[in-house]
Design a protein around this ligand. Sequence first.
Ligand SMILES: NC(=O)c1ccc[n+]([C@@H]2O[C@H](COP(=O)([O-])OP(=O)(O)OC[C@H]3O[C@@H](n4cnc5c(N)ncnc54)[C@H](O)[C@@H]3O)[C@@H](O)[C@H]2O)c1
Length: 354
Amino acid sequence: MTDFSSLNNADILVTGHTGFTGSWVCHALKSLGARVHGLALPTATNPAMFTLTEVEGLLESHILGDIGDAALVLETVQRLQPRAILHLAAQPLVLDSYADPVGTFRTNVLGTLHVLEAARLTPSVQGIVAITTDKVYANDGLGLSFTEHAPLGGHDPYAASKAAAEMAIMGYRASLPSWQRAMVIEAARGGNIIGGGDWSAHRLIPDYARAIASGQPLSIRFPHATRPWQHVLSLVHGYFILLERILSGTATGTGEAWNFGPELDDCISVEAMLHRLGTYWHAIETPREPSLLHEAKTLSIDSTKAKQRLGWQSCMSLDEALSATAGWYQTALRNPENLTKLTQNQIAAYFARL
Ligand SMILES: NC(=O)c1ccc[n+]([C@@H]2O[C@H](COP(=O)([O-])OP(=O)(O)OC[C@H]3O[C@@H](n4cnc5c(N)ncnc54)[C@H](O)[C@@H]3O)[C@@H](O)[C@H]2O)c1
């Protein structure tokens, strides 16, 4: 059993708590006894997991604001005095990053810098877990799994902004001794997240849910693209190991980058994923839609370091993740009043396996 006892009663600031991952994080942190504070923009989708699963009621503070506003981020962190920050807030959509590249860089790079700087100036903060992505790697298309030492890159504004955020993190981490500031800055790189409660545009599972609800076919741009699919709770598990190490004082040095990806068997094509999803939900028509946008053909990350040094291992296979995800959306369509309980049950079932 992984020990998360340091999270009990700890004040944790979650940026991006109104989003899909953020909502799962708030429920899971609360289940471990943490005092959870949130800073994010208002929910961007309707429906939204944040409202459907009553996340606001779990929070010590619910602050709506833009991480692009340095003064607001500093004032928030100094007022709340958190012991750790889980930084999720981002513009996370590749297609939206083509439409608004500057806004994407502003939120993902400048926003991350504002969080780093506020933490540096607030002595209560023992560390930050900053969430980036598997897309930070320069993808040469050869199909190899990237280790944490692989060069960073980015073929679209989203990926490049997250790689640039990683550079900012590295610069801050390396400068901590010059500032005589003891703090840990971890970067967590995860794969394609699935799970109930995501209603973002242009993502496979929410698009699938919308297609089922509307009875329309689902157009697919890149059916042969292979992706590292994993349940949101597998990643939350990894983030919490990093938080626990920060709070218990057992993190090494000033922090580093960690991959949290699925097993290679669970890195499958979009087409194969849709086929498997159909067995847990129901099959729908998926015509192909041509696209001029760049999309990497393969993407997988090597999580050996997290397994060996953190003892992290995903406790959910892809089939279990698909079954839990389909069950969540089916409940959302038929009995939305049961979603808070279902979310809590899925979290309890995951953590009971550790
Ligand atoms: N979903 C995935 O497949 C995936 C994969 C790898 C990494 N990630 C990363 O995980 C994190 C969470 O992603 P998600 O899928 O839950 O996204 P989401 O869109 O559901 O949530 C994003 C959150 O960030 C907040 N936010 C956005 N811009 C902001 C701003 N300017 N100021 C304050 N808050 C702002 C939103 O309000 C929301 O709470 C992101 O950093 C994303 O890059 C996601």
